[in-house]
Structures are given as C-alpha cells and as structure tokens.
Ligand binder design. Sequence first.
Ligand code: GLA
Length: 755
Amino acid sequence: MASVIVHEQSKQFHLTNGSVSYIIQADKQGKLLNLYYGSAVPDRDDFSYLVEYQHRSTATCRKEGDLLYSLEHLRQEYPEYGTGDYRRPAIIVTQPNGSKITDLQYSSYTVSKGKPSFEHLPSTYVNDDDEAVTLDVTLRDQMLSLIVVLHYTIFSNSPIIARSATITNQGTQGLVLNRAMSLSLDLPDCRYDMTDFIGAWARERHPQRHGLHTGIQAIESLRGASGHFANPTALFSRPGTDEIAGEAIGLAFEYSGDFDLHAEVDSFDVTRLQIGINDFNFFWQLDPGASFQTPEALIGYTSEGFNDLSHGFHDVVRNNIIRGPWKNKERPILINNWEATYFDFDEDKLVAIAQRAHDVGVELFVLDDGWFGARNNDKAGLGDWTPNADRLPNGLTRLARRINDLGMQFGLWFEPEMVNKDSDLFRAHPEWALHTPGRAMSHGRNEYVLNFADNEVVDNIYEQMYSLLSSANIAYIKWDMNRFISEGYDITRDAAHQGELFHRYILGVYSLMERLLQAFPDLLIESCASGGGRFDMGMLHYSPQIWCSDDTDAVERLNIQYGTSVFYPLASMGSHVSITPNHQTGRVTPLRTRSNVAMFGTFGYELDLGKLSDEEVDEVRRQVRLFQDYRKVIHRGDFYRLLAPYDNRKAAWMVVSSDRRRALVGDYKILLKPNSPYTRVRLCGLDPQTVYSVTCTGPSTISGKHFSGVELMRIGLVDTDASSGEMGGVNPLGTTEDFDSKLFIVEAVGEQQTE
Ligand code: GLA
C-alpha cells in the first residue's frame, strides 16, 4: 500500500509502497532536497544525516551567514538558476527587469489519496483512490509571488512514481517561463550506465548503453514530436545490471512534443537526472494569475533487473495511462491494405482483400492512405477528408457496410495534422500551414504542417473528421503524422508568444484526439508517425496502440520490438505480417517467422492473401487461431526479454499469463550457423512447482515433453538449432534456414510431484 510518511519536525516526506522509498526534505534554508531514492527502507524520524553540509574550497559559492551552505553541494528536487548551483536548473523565470534569479522556498504540503488528472495534458489516473497517494509540496518565491507546486504520486502496486509541477504567477507583473522541467532528481553517485533508445525511420528504438561520465549526456527532440531519433525514455542502471538482476532506474515522459532527457554528472560525482519540455525554443508568458502545468514524468526503480522494471512500466501503461473501453477489450486482429495496394485500389479490390482475410479469421479491415480528396498520389489531398470520388464513387458508407456485412469491423487512415498544397483546404487557407513570413517552406513527402496551435484550424479538422466518422460505421482510425515541424512560427501570435508554438501545437493534437474520443467513445485509435516517430506515453493516453515502425521486415522488427518492449507493453505495439521480399529490406523470411514476431504485439496482416499459396493461407489460418487463443496472455501477461537480437545470431522472448499457467516463447534464429552449438534458453516468470507441457511449432527434441517450472527456469529450455550443415533431408529433424524461428507453447498440466 502506498503511503507518504510526514515528519513535521524535520520537514521530511517519505514516499513508500513497500518496494521503493523516495525521501525528501525541506532544509533549513527552505530548499527541497532529495535524501534517498531506491529500494524501500524502514522509516526513521530523521534522515537528515544524509545531507552533508561541509566546508569546501574557496571557489564554492556560499550562503551569506552560513559558510557551510552551498547549493552547488546539495541534492535538490527543483533547482534554480543563478544562486550558486551551476548545474542545469529545473526552472528559469525571466522577470520584467530582465533578472532570472529566483528563490523558491518551501511553504506547505498536502497529502491526498488517489491522484488528480490534468485538464489538457495526458496523465496517469487511478481506478480507485487506494491505488496511489499524492504529495503536493508548495514552494514560493516571496518577491515574485511565484508558486511552484511539485506533485509526487506513488502507486501502491507498482515501483513507479509520477512527478510534475504546476507553476503559478500570483504576482501583479508578467513573468516569462524559460524552463520548466517535469522532474529533476539528484542521485548521490554516478556509477550508472545510461541506456537510451535511439534510431531513425524504419529502425526505431534500438537500445544504446553507455557509461555515464562527468558532464551532460542528453537525448532530445526539436522536431515538434518525440521523434524517431530518440524515444523520451531512458534507463540508468548499475554497470552489471541485466534483464534478470541488478539495480536500475527508468525514466519516461508522458509527452509527445519536444523533450529534453539528460543526466549531468558534476565534479562531485552527483548525477542529476532531468526530463521535461525542451527549453531550446520554449518560453511561455506567465501573466498575473496564470498557471503552467508541466507534462508528467514517470520514474521507476528496481533491484531485480530490466524485465522487472519493464513490468512496472507496462502495468502503469495498461492500468493507469490507457483509457476507455479498449483498455480491457481484446484488440482486433487487423488487415491493412497499405503494402497490398498502396494507392492502387477501388471498392471491389478492397472488399476482395477483406473477404480473403475474413475467411482466415481476421477481424478488422483497415483502409490506409488514398481514400480521400484528390489523393491519387502523395502530392495531393491531405486536408480534404471526404471520400475520393474516382476510387470510391459510392463513398465510404457503402464500403463500410460491405465490410461489416462480411462480419468484419471497418477502420480508416487519417493524417489530420498535415496538408498538401494541392488541396481545397490549402487553397482556401494557405495561412493555416506553419510558415515563417518571408521565408521558403520546407516540405516532407509534399506535406506541410497545419498550425495546430490555432484553435480555428483544429476546429476545422474536427468538423471534417466528425462528419466523416458519423457518416459510416468506423470502429478504428490510424492517426498518421508523416513529418516534423519546420519554419515553426505562429502567425496568430505576437513575438512575445512565439516560444509557445511547439507546446501549443501538441496541446492542439491532444485536444482533437480528446474531442473525437468524447464524440465517439468506442473508437480505437492507432497512432503512427511515419511508423514509430511518435511512440510515447502521451500518445498512449489517447491511442491504446501505436504502429511500431514502417519497417515490417521480421528481422528488423526483432530489434525494434525488443527495444520498444523495455518501456511499452506488447498490447501497445502495432505489428503486422507482410509479404516477402520485404518492401523495406528486400529480405525473404519464412511466413512463420513473420508471424512469430508480429504475434508479440497487437498482430495483424499487411498483404493480400490472394497472393499467397493455398498452403500459406492455411498457415495464416492457424496463426490467427493461435493468436486468438493466446491474445489475453500476450496482451495482459508479463513479458520477459530472454536473449537480445543485436548480434544478429539468436533472439528469444516470452510472455506468461498472470496466473502463470500459460506461456508463449518466441525463439528466433537470425543468421544460420551450420553445425552450431547446443543451446538452452532459461525461461522466466513460471511457477517453479508447476509441471508444464512444452510443444514446439518447429523442429525440436523436447516438443511434447513435460518439465517443471523450476527446470525450465534454472536448467533452461533446450532450443538447439537443428541445422547440422548437411542440407537435403539428411537431418531427421528437418532442415532450417536463415531467419527461421519457433514458438514454444508452454501449458501447465499439473503440480510438481513431491517425493
Ligand atoms: C506512413 C505510415 C504507413 C502508411 C503510409 C501511408 O508512412 O507509417 O504505415 O500509412 O504513411 O501514406
């Protein structure tokens, strides 16, 4: 059970839930300090021995009247600029006289059950008030009447703490907020590796692990979206930590715009972690009476390896971020026509693709790009959300009905934030595309970004989408966003407000999603940004699943989905089986491997089954049935990474139902090594006492045998590759090939016999 233990005398606050402790104190100068963050420790009346006020060198900047007091040497919770702490501050406020100096002092606190939600931003929520406790600590700058409330929510059954800040100008003069981090945390040493999740289009979220060193190590976005380049998440782990053992801290940002996530190691080996809106081009007018709410940051801690930390984040995403009916409803297996047709389709062709998919059990048909406006190629049509008269002369209502008549749900692609110059919307409102007056506009894929910081623009797109979604039975939308902001300038606001554009833009996106969900509460939104260019916890508040990557190659997907799974649950990862040779890599992989990878996600197909042989169609039918059987385990169970794919040899992962009775192990060979070593993979998360049957979908010497959970976890599951190096049917276990894979189906059959 989560609690906040308050020691009034020492002004110490101990947030704990039995697994973690987070201890802070308002010190003698009114500064809020961090005393401890890590595994739960028993409470004591006074932890202030952890604050070391020491005499340091002459170069130290001290408080007048207290030679031992230097902000440079204190581990603070919301540090400020210009008063002796020379590290990056959490907040900078510019005042009418140009000064940026503030002095925030502890003023008061409140503790409440549960957690309040934010109005215009995504945030975690509780399902009942016992699920979390929230501590609000109020800091005040006396001279400016500036109030900063730091919010801390600790969850009862999770190692996650949510942090954010509300900054209010209670004075009579206008202030400018130049920096407002969501979380700042000073750790007492720097023996950490930082793992960030970096990449590019078609190779998103590849883990990159590096030791911390003195100075700043940062990832960030200046694109207007979280981006492909770096995900707004990172791990900070002790050097030996691996998937199953060791200490680690995870940081995640519940925000989809420009972010800054960094670690700063100072001269005394203190590590300052910060995450928040990127202040590079951010300034916000804080008028008298106005408040600014920072987005929420999530911080998690484990002493039991990365898999355990992932479970904490997965649970929070599934239980406290994803909302609405799709939170608990089974996600449909879908077929998407993009790689099957691109722009070359008509109603009958689409219905035929849907029919063939329905015949094998697929549940939702998604019509991708090309159905609207004058969208005959990617040069025209974005912004005009009415059916394309050439391709769909009978409109969407009839198409949706024909799909529904097959017994399938119907879904549709949109790219609401973009416009083509060749569109009625642009012709009527060229000024709605973001541009800097007098400067050329850059484009990406012939697209220009609409000014979502302008409510009039958002209203227009809402009206168009509302009437389209009302016109047909549309159960799902794929919300795409294929380029980032350039020449960012808000022509509706004056110079003093230009620093607000990027944040207001993403608030506009959130508001449109929220309005659509209010109007169509059963709608399932799958977010997408040229694949996984906006895969973050902010988006997951509106769209329970996100297209992981435009790269549908199974081998590439191992890398992408492995990295994505560190912070995000399988139920959030859009993953499809596509045709070979693969459209992004030209690689030919077995159909079973494409499915064995895509199954560890939302699952679906992006091909025309009419192009497959009868045997392949039968195989697809079996895949769909298997997924349907294990969907609950995959989407609600605990996922474990077992063997990372990044050396291009082998990879393995598994998912276990919460009652530990059923599990599915994905075991992947990347490049074939003839006559390769004998291998075992140790499973995780099973019940040691339970006996399980193991069935393998590929060649295996152990298929059909029974093992106890403890054997599978301690000795391991024998997964030796059957490729002996002699092709041509010599091997009784059959031949295997590059990119082969197996699924091991693990089912409880009884309790372990005790002697
Ligand atoms: C983006 C998406 C793809 C597809 C195309 C359509 O690239 O990521 O899945 O929808 O747009 O133009």
